[in-house]
Ligand binder design. Structure first.
Ligand code: FES
Ligand SMILES: [Fe+2]
Length: 348
């Protein structure tokens, strides 16, 4: 990466966000939450990258000391993209007139005027940022919650991997609902995550609690769930703790467990970026690239379908679409979103 500049998911190159900032009123539940902006491994010390969150273009950069920053991608002097600049120690220098900003966003060097004290407005717009699970998280507002828990990631014996980013042309809420939708597995993912010959979904339990939505023991017949060459029934457990983050646990009788934490970064009301963090305690012989390629293959099957939703925004009114008994996780998710007061990405 010779330039140190990295492309992250969520870039659309659209002009609107850069020129005017956020145009759509965004509900506080979505606004004051953490979203994935990039992978930690893609932003080395001294690196500069870009992301786009809720209509706002962001510059990501990491100081030479390793501190990651997420700022609005706009120089406060003449409003060009800071992501075209470069890192110098613990400063980001704008490519236009060379103003340098420290990790607090303050302008601390003006090449045209040595010793000049920049006015208070000479400050880049900074946002809360943190790293966990191999991911960089940012929030445009005031974070109202901790990051979603991913207990398997740090467990002894588990190996963690990140798949994505995936550019998805629909509401982020539709993308999460698709992750929770087991009925499509034997059809859209025929002969991989299910079999058209065994498409039945038995009844299962779903709960809405203060912690979110939880669905347990959803049994699905899969053609080769453990790589042994024979089919068997598996059980999925879902936990949705935030509107745009869902956890799936797929254990088997031998104690082997695959856990996925699916994060959606809302780019606009009808565009989003998917990131799949995986943790598994088996398959040490399977190369990372193979596990990631498997997720890529599944998501590729979903993408075209997800882009065809009309409306792209998720309807929370149960009368707009009809529902099957096996859709009860989706229904609980929609009900919970309504209880939370989510409106961004929702069909009103
Ligand atoms: S526009 Fe950034 S230094 Fe002038
Ligand atoms: Fe799918």
């Amino acid at each position: 990466m010779a330039t140190g500049r990295i492309g992250f998911g969520g870039e659309t190159g659209r002009e609107t966000g850069r020129e005017t900032g956020v145009e759509t009123p965004i509900d506080p539940v979505i606004w004051n939450d953490w979203y994935v902006l990039g992978k930690s491994a893609d932003l080395p010390a001294g690196g500069v990258g870009r992301s786009r969150l809720l209509g706002t273009d962001l510059v990501l950069w990491r100081s030479q000391a390793g501190v990651v920053q997420a700022w609005r991608d706009r120089c406060p002097h003449r409003s060009v993209q800071l992501s075209k600049g470069r890192v110098e120690g613990d400063r980001l220098r704008c490519p236009y007139h060379g103003l340098a900003f420290d990790t607090g966003g303050r302008c601390v060097d003006v090449p045209a005027h040595p010793g000049y004290t920049a006015p208070p407005q000479a400050r880049a717009q900074t946002f809360p940022v943190q790293e966990r699970y191999g991911l960089i998280y940012g929030c445009l507002g005031a974070p109202a919650h901790d990051l979603v828990d991913f207990p398997e990631w740090d467990k002894p014996g588990y190996r963690g991997l990140i798949a994505g980013p995936y550019a998805i042309q629909t509401s982020g809420l539709r993308a999460i609902e698709n992750f929770l939708d087991v009925t499509h597995l034997p059809i859209l993912h025929a002969d991989i995550l299910g079999s058209p010959q065994r498409p039945e979904i038995a009844d299962y339990e779903v709960q809405i609690t203060a912690a979110g939505v939880a669905a347990h023991n959803i049994r699905i017949w899969q053609p080769d769930p453990y790589g042994t060459g024979s089919g068997s029934e598996v059980a999925y457990d879902y936990r949705v703790a935030r509107p745009l983050a869902a956890h799936l646990r797929k254990p088997n009788l031998n104690g082997e467990n695959l856990a996925l934490l699916y994060h959606i970064t809302p780019v606009s009301e009808t565009e989003c970026t998917g990131w799949m963090a995986m943790a598994l305690n088996f398959g040490a012989e399977i190369p990372d690239a193979e596990l990631i390629a498997f997720q890529d293959r599944i998501v590729a099957q979903d993408l075209d379908n997800l882009g065809s939703h009309d409306p792209a925004r998720l309807p929370l009114d149960p009368a707009v679409e009809f529902h099957l008994p096996s859709d009860r996780t989706s229904l609980a998710y929609r009900k919970w979103l309504k209880q939370l007061g989510v409106t961004y990405g929702v069909m009103i």
